[in-house]
Design a protein around this ligand. Sequence first.
Ligand code: ZN
Length: 270
Amino acid sequence: MAKTRAPLPQLGPLFDSHCHLTWPVKEDTTEERIARARDAGIARMISVAVDLNTAEDARQLAKQHADIFPTVGIHPTDVPHGEQLEQDLYALHELAGEQDWVAIGESGLDLFHQRSDLQDQKRSLEVHLELSAQHQLPIILHCRDAIDELLPVLRAAGSVQGVMHCYSEAAAPVEELLGLGLHISFAGNLTYPKSEQLRQAAQEVPMDRILVETDAPFLAPQARRGKRNEPAFVAFTAAFLAELKGLAGEELAAQTFANGCRLFGLPTEA
Ligand SMILES: [Zn+2]
């Protein structure tokens, strides 16, 4: 007998602040996932680049869909080395000056996957921070097992307009990140039974600085764990966060929607 699955919560318009819509998945097409997101009320999706090619893919996708918005950046685990790094950062510098982007990233530091050298990641992050300031675009930050390395880089920048995406730290760094000017975005891992620390962190984030995301196709929330993640599932994370914060789901949806529109400079009206 098929297991009964929790239905998608219907919370009104939702903002998925971080997904990778152009990431190829074998189960279905990007268009099918976008259609299901719209049915679930997802009215804004930030399609995040991990390198220069996916930035271009996201830009093309956004040209066809008024509710999808592209970013430009190089993911910390995709940062190349040596001459290739300098070439890519130069190309990023040129590309970031074009008009289409709503954010710079994702950038940041990752000591978990061990795919790129830490010094190269820091060099790339510094360039992303400069571009964010220069173009007055928010930066999307990724951090995995590297908060002690990340904080000094952010401190050196002074203030940072942007978002710590898929927040996966304890509560302790939240205050400093907020003080730097960052928003904090929560993904499906907030809903996992073992994520007690993360839930404590979420309690520390004020409602005007909080966002929700899927990070699709990765990290499906508990209600769809083991399945390929997609933007529609942000409704589960939003409903879970609402309960954690003692708010109605619709209220949490409206607040995170307004926060996303403000941070990324998007219209609140459809
Ligand atoms: Zn991502």
